[in-house]
Write a protein that binds this ligand. Structure first.
Ligand code: LR7
Ligand code: MN
Length: 593
């Protein structure tokens, strides 16, 4: 059995062209004594690391190799990552709308697609020819779930087993966060026992609802591999996803790594690869995660397309980390409930406490982005808000003012967010750097709305005669779509939605958007800023001049002035011809620096 196993191992490494060929001088199929012995001992050490017998390893290798060989030729609904589309008739007949409301994705199409469905190789050409060291660390994949649909959960599991070389895959840990659905209980155990009789996939069950943060913690505690990769319960790993993660962690054990997260359509289950221009993580001062373009300084730092991309934050669900390092650097905050905030917490903490956070371009994993949650939130609490409050109070130093500027409602809720003293102690024990260091070094492009580095005035921008302020109105800033710059009666600081800054680049702006006018229209709009902190100057339509005497705000490109004349509560601000005596053109910033 030993040599059969070896032989398959050799077939695999040859096929994938990733073999370093350590010590097998012969090069051909039949090496001398030395070669055999060194292969035997390599096999021994693999089996020891994985804690399996050579028979078991051999069976895994056969399964993996067969899948790899057959993958490009598989046919059927959804194969090669295609979507499965339902006709209007079918949707009616199958109660599609009700199903979608409940599941938050198209479970009907998902159920029609093989759990083993094939996907295209999503990697760039440069990635496919990289040869990774053969002796990479072993991997435990932790998939947490609560009330997940059967096909999306199992497709996640199969994609991992089918596309992670058995040599590295120590185990898949399915952490059940107290699900009640029938298919996730006994059925799941039976299915796994049948499908993965060697136990490479196992279930760990929680006896109470933990929420995703503590569920991941329990999953990581149960894991035994050198590296832990966390995945949401509705993901699909693509070819070659694991090796670049393991190789980078072997190189740098304090690197916390995210694959490139691609979208699997919630409507059709089509795998939409190819990446996007918003490819690193960032955050809003209101405490929400957002994607952003790779900043200039990072484009300059990297040398090739395959190099890791440093990112200020992670989305949360998909990342790989050295298991011991994960716990050393503080794992997760156990005081966080159910959902939200843990992703910014781990991001700030890793950077501030000496690690790095990186996206790995050659590792690609799909995720079903759902518009809502197919599960309940016990007590209907604002978990995201309270969790974020914990991280803000522990990690953001004086910058927490910017969070509370958006979340006045939380200022008085210290008791509800619970005790954070153990996290403060952790920060001290690890001797972590201040948040200002993070801002200066990790995300220097982040706009700080009230700092003298970036602005000369901020707060409400008020027209005294009408007592109206520039306001986002009903606009959702997270959408990043252009909208009108509204005027609304001033709220006296109670609403973060009236806070604007006058930047050193002469913009009137917030974190993402700027006031812009013209050409050819009197209406003022709110639209993505043309500058970043590192850029020299704003586009003409976004430059404004504050006149300290007349208190007018002159639009540089048109020479006309910001005006509230004839604007009703809730309408858009406009431009009119400048006049030093028109009270509708007088504007005061709440704070001047
Ligand atoms: O109580 C719960 N217990 C759980 O085990 C609630 C959820 N879960 C599981 C759930 O089954 C799933 O596997 O936790 C996982 C994440 O829950 P989702 O899929 O409902 O979350 P999401 O994808 O909407 O949210 C993103 O932000 C979260 C913030 O807390 C988590 O970090 C999610 O992991 C994260 N998802 C991703 O990062 C995927 C990429 C998407 C983006 C952006
Ligand atoms: Mn998810």
């Amino acid at each position: 059995t030993l040599s059969a196993c070896l032989c398959l191992a050799y077939v695999y490494v040859t096929l994938s062209g990733r073999r370093q060929n350590a010590g097998s001088g012969g090069g051909g199929g039949r090496g001398g004594d030395t070669t055999d012995r060194s292969r035997d001992s390599e096999l021994d050490s693999i089996c020891r690391q994985l804690d399996v017998t050579p028979d078991v390893y051999q069976a895994r290798l056969r399964r993996f190799t067969e899948y790899q060989k057959s993958e490009p030729f598989r046919q059927g609904p959804g194969e090669q990552g295609h979507g499965v589309y339902l006709t209007a008739d079918e949707k009616n007949r199958l109660g599609y709308d009700a199903m979608f409301t409940k599941e938050a994705f198209n479970r009907i199409s998902s159920d029609r697609i093989s759990l083993d469905r094939s996907l295209n190789d999503m990697r760039a050409m440069e990635c496919r020819s990289i040869s990774y060291p053969a002796d990479l660390p072993t991997l435990s994949v932790v998939i947490i779930f609560h009330e997940e649909a059967w096909s999306s959960l199992m497709r996640t599991v199969h994609s991992v087993v089918n596309r992670t070389p058995p040599r590295y895959l120590k185990e898949v840990v399915l952490l059940d966060d107290f699900s009640t659905k029938e298919h996730l209980l006994r059925n799941l155990d039976n299915y796994l026992a049948r499908t993965f009789p060697d136990g490479v996939v196992r279930v760990v069950r929680s006896r109470e609802r933990l929420g995703l943060i503590r569920a991941r913690l329990e999953g990581a505690k149960a894991a035994t591999g050198d590296v832990v990769a966390f995945l949401d319960s509705h993901c699909e790993a693509t070819k070659g996803w694991a090796e670049p993660l393991l190789a980078r962690i072997k190189e740098s054990r304090s690197a916390v790594l995210c694959p490139i997260i691609e979208s699997v359509s919630a409507d059709s289950l089509s795998y939409n690869g190819g990446g996007s221009s918003y490819s690193v993580g960032s955050f809003w001062w209101s405490g929400h995660f957002t994607w952003d373009m790779i900043p200039e300084h990072e484009l300059r730092r990297r040398q090739k397309h395959t190099d890791p991309i440093r990112s200020a934050t992670m989305a949360g669900g998909l990342f790989a980390v050295d298991r011991k390092y994960f716990f050393e650097v503080g794992a997760y905050d156990e005081g966080m409930g159910i959902w939200g905030g843990e992703n910014l917490e781990i991001s700030f903490r890793v950077w501030m406490c000496g690690g790095t956070l990186e996206f790995i371009p050659c590792s690609r994993v799909g995720h079903i982005f759902r518009a809502s949650h197919p599960y309940s939130f016990p007590g209907h609490k604002d978990y995201h808000g309270l969790n974020t409050m914990r991280l803000v109070d522990v990690w953001m130093d004086e910058y927490k003012r910017l969070f509370y500027m958006h979340r006045h409602d939380l200022v008085s809720r210290t008791a509800d967010r619970g005790d954070v003293s153990s996290r403060v102690a952790l920060r001290k024990r690890l001797n972590c750097k201040p948040f200002s260091w993070y801002l200066e070094n990790v995300i220097p492009e982040k706009f700080i709305p009230d700092s003298t580095r970036d602005v000369t005035a901020y707060g409400m921008l008020r027209n005294p005669i009408t007592n109206m302020c520039v306001d986002l109105l009903n606009y959702n800033e997270f959408d990043r779509n252009p909208t009108a710059a509204g005027l609304y009666s001033c709220q006296g600081g109670a609403s973060g939605r009236q806070i604007f800054s006058y930047s050193r680049k002469q913009e009137i702006r917030r974190e993402w958007g700027c006031l812009q006018a013209g050409p050819g229209s009197d209406r003022v709009s709110f639209i993505t800023c043309t500058t970043r902190v590192t850029d020299p100057e704003a586009g003409a339509g976004q430059r404004w001049q504050l006149d300290p005497q007349a208190k007018t705000i002159r639009h540089s490109a048109s020479g006309r002035c910001l005006s509230a004349e004839g604007v009703k509560n809730g309408e858009a601000a406009k431009l009119s011809d400048c006049s030093a005596t028109n009270p509708h053109q007088v504007w005061e910033f709440e704070h001047r620096l």
